[in-house]
Structure formats: structure tokens, C-alpha cells
Design a binder for this molecule. Structure first.
Ligand SMILES: [Zn+2]
Length: 392
């Protein structure tokens, strides 16, 4: 039997002091993708890097925007007030069937004139047979394999941890996957030193221990794996990108952009626009606060896409900073963030098991699929997978 726990945002450095049961397991550092959870999930469920599954951010530029209708109503795109944006995003969710984890979010601080330019990278939930078209996923393989499995928490019916806590381990299953999504939200909101986060870590630890003991009574042949997608870094400085455009007498929203906490992406019409945007971003770069991604980064982090739908110019803001006034919100209450360079110590996620873990420098998210399938008893014959089986 295999018990698999995904804990969003669980950082390596939190285990020893806060999770006494998990601390007794074998433990390895896990290197995230250079992106957010959206990229991480696609990688861990396919065993392929972003340049292969093409899912980097929640939003990309595309012709199938759920917000196309905004452009069809005259003058609507000039009504840039939040209540109108709330209504429009509700309408988009009604008009478009999108069952993905992120769904169709409101683009909070993006001017409405740009909304129709962007579409979500994902239309359906990770477990859907249609997820990423022909690319095999852990869930498609599980379904075909005849293994008896149960997925808990992925459909967000109730709180992830509530659903996991209510699940009893039964002898008629080979594999359980528990998706614990709350920790990431708690870390963003409260930071890793907070009582809220410490309390949640304890709850998660207790629950896994209880499941493990239940399962042990059923079978001695038990593999427990608990892993995360990234760590978290406390934020100490908040930056409004437009201030740096204003220093050059420009406005960031003259250019087609998507601003997120640690990435600012631009799609430019011509060389002049490119020059203008780069000149403003250079002000941040000169302070040592970030950098425009180059071929070196695209190679290193497997982000060589064959089109510009993720951006023509992609700027990364270094930790411990975030951009405020993003597509996600105003950022005033954010205490902790991820989506930084994956090698940073506090950004490192974790991979834990009761079994011996192969001696690798750090676990990669592409290793998850082959490892999890092997532990569930599935013999994988797909030679195109680059990941390492971590538990023999
Ligand atoms: Zn995450």
C-alpha cells in the first residue's frame, strides 16, 4: 500500500521543529520549478518539465480568452473599477466551463482593455482525462492500471485537511493520494513563525501519523511519501512596479503586461516598446532587485517554449520582495511568498518517506511521477521520462 501526501508550500526547514512524526522519516530537499504552484503541479503529475507540458503560469496570452466578451460591449473596457471586475469575472465563469484548480480568476489590477488577451493555461482539473491532451499523467496511468486508489481533497469539496482527516485507511485500496492545500494559504497570510501555521503543521503531522498507524495494522508492506512543491520566503519589501515606469515618465499599463508577485511579463508590439520596457526594468535590475530572464535561465529551468505566449520580456523580482498591485490583488497583507529562484534555502521543498530515499543532491518534481507509480506497484515502461525513481 502507498500513502501519498502532497502538502502545498511545506518547506524543508519547517519539518524538524514543528512536525515530530514527519521528522522521524527519511528526508530530502526538493527543488521547485522556477514558477508558481501551477507549473509545479503540471510537472509532478506528468514527470515532464514546463517546456514540455507548456504550463508555466495560470495565465498565458492566447486567442481563447474567457474574457473576450469584455471587448464586445462598447466602452465597458474603460470601466476599471473593482465591483465591475468582480461582476465580469463571475460572468466569465458562468459562460465558460473551466474545471481547473485555479479556474478563471479575476485579473484584479489589470486594466479591462487587456483582459481579452489572456486565457488560463488549464481548462480542466489535473485528474481529468483531458488534462494536457495526449500527455500522460499520474492520474491517467492510475486509471488505466487497474490499481485501486482513492484521491482525497483534489476536488475542493470541503477543506482539504478536513476531508483527509475524515478518510479512514481501508484494506481494499493500493494507493491513497491526499492533497493538503491549506498550508500555502496560511503561509502567505500569516508567515512561518505564526501560531496559525504552527498549529496547522501539528494537525497535518498528527493526521499523517494516525493514517500511517492505521495502514500499518492492515499491511506491513507500506510506503509513505509526503512531499511539497516549494518552500516559502518571508517578504520584507513591497514594490509598485509602476513607480519605476513613472521615473522614466511612462506608465506600466501602456504595455500589455501581467504583473504577479515575483514575475512581471510583457508582450511588446515592436522594438521601441521593448526598449522602453527594458529601460524601466533596468532601474530595478541596477538595484540588484531582479533580472530579465535570458537564455541561460530558460535552459537551466527547462523553460524553452517555442512561442511567446508566456511573455516577450519576463522579469523576475528577487526575494524577499514582492510586487504589489498585481493581477491577484493589492498585496498589502502578504507575509510570505514563493516563486523565487528554486535554489534559495528557504524556497526548498521537502520529500519524506518511511523507505530509504535514493542518494540524490535534491529531489526534482519530475521524479515524483516515476517514484509514486513504482511505489504503488506500477511498472512504468515510458522511456521518455527523465525523472529518477527515488524509492527502490
Ligand atoms: Zn504550491
Amino acid at each position: 500500500m502507498e500513502l501519498l501526501y502532497f502538502v502545498d508550500g511545506l518547506k524543508y526547514n519547517l519539518i524538524d521543529d514543528n512536525m515530530p512524526f514527519l521528522a522521524t522519516l527519511n528526508k530530502k530537499r526538493l527543488k521547485s520549478e522556477f514558477g508558481y504552484s501551477c507549473a509545479c503541479h503540471a510537472t509532478m503529475y506528468t514527470g515532464r518539465y514546463p517546456e514540455e507540458h507548456n504550463t508555466w503560469f495560470v495565465w498565458k496570452r492566447g486567442n481563447n480568452s474567457p474574457y473576450k466578451f469584455v471587448n464586445m460591449i462598447p466602452l465597458l473596457k474603460y470601466v476599471n473599477i473593482i465591483p465591475m471586475k468582480v461582476v465580469l469575472s463571475r460572468v466569465a465563469r458562468k459562460l465558460n466551463k473551466n474545471t481547473s484548480f485555479a479556474g478563471i480568476p479575476m485579473l484584479v489590477n489589470l486594466p479591462l482593455k487587456y483582459w481579452g488577451e489572456f486565457e488560463p493555461c488549464e481548462d480542466v482539473l489535473w485528474t481529468d482525462d483531458k488534462y494536457l491532451g495526449n500527455i500522460e499523467t499520474i492520474f491517467k496511468i492510475m486509471k488505466k492500471s487497474g490499481l485501486k486508489y482513492q484521491l482525497v481533497g483534489l476536488d475542493k469539496k470541503s477543506g482539504f485537511i478536513e476531508e483527509a482527516q475524515e478518510t479512514a485507511i481501508e484494506s481494499n485500496k493500493n494507493f491513497y493520494y491526499f492533497f493538503i492545500g491549506e498550508l500555502d494559504d496560511y503561509l502567505h497570510k500569516y508567515g512561518d513563525k505564526s501560531d496559525e501555521v504552527k498549529g496547522l503543521l501539528k494537525r497535518i503531522d498528527n493526521m499523517i501519523k494516525r493514517h500511517y498507524e492505521q495502514a500499518r495494522k492492515i499491511t506491513p508492506d507500506l510506503t509513505l511519501i509526503c512531499y511539497s512543491d516549494h518552500g516559502h520566503i518571508n517578504v520584507t519589501e513591497k514594490i509598485d512596479i509602476n513607480e519605476y515606469f513613472e521615473q522614466k515618465n511612462r506608465n506600466v499599463n501602456v504595455y500589455l503586461n501581467l504583473i504577479e508577485s515575483t514575475f512581471a511579463r510583457f508582450w511588446v508590439k515592436n522594438g521601441q516598446e521593448r526598449k522602453d520596457v527594458l529601460e524601466c526594468l533596468n532601474l530595478l535590475e541596477d538595484k540588484g532587485w531582479g533580472f530579465v530572464l535570458t537564455k541561460e535561465h530558460f535552459d537551466k529551468y527547462h523553460l524553452n517554449f517555442d512561442n511567446n505566449e508566456h511573455g516577450d520580456i519576463i522579469f523576475h523580482l528577487n526575494s524577499p520582495r514582492i510586487f504589489i498591485n498585481t493581477i491577484w490583488g493589492f498585496g498589502m497583507t502578504i507575509k510570505s511568498m514563493h516563486g523565487y529562484v528554486p535554489e534559495l534555502d528557504e524556497h526548498v521543498g521537502v520529500f519524506l518517506s518511511n523507505e530509504e530515499i535514493k542518494d540524490v543532491a535534491s529531489v526534482r518534481l519530475v521524479d515524483i511521477l516515476p517514484t509514486v507509480l513504482k511505489a504503488a506497484g506500477y511498472k512504468n515502461e515510458d522511456g521518455s521520462l527523465v525523472g529518477t525513481v527515488l524509492i527502490e
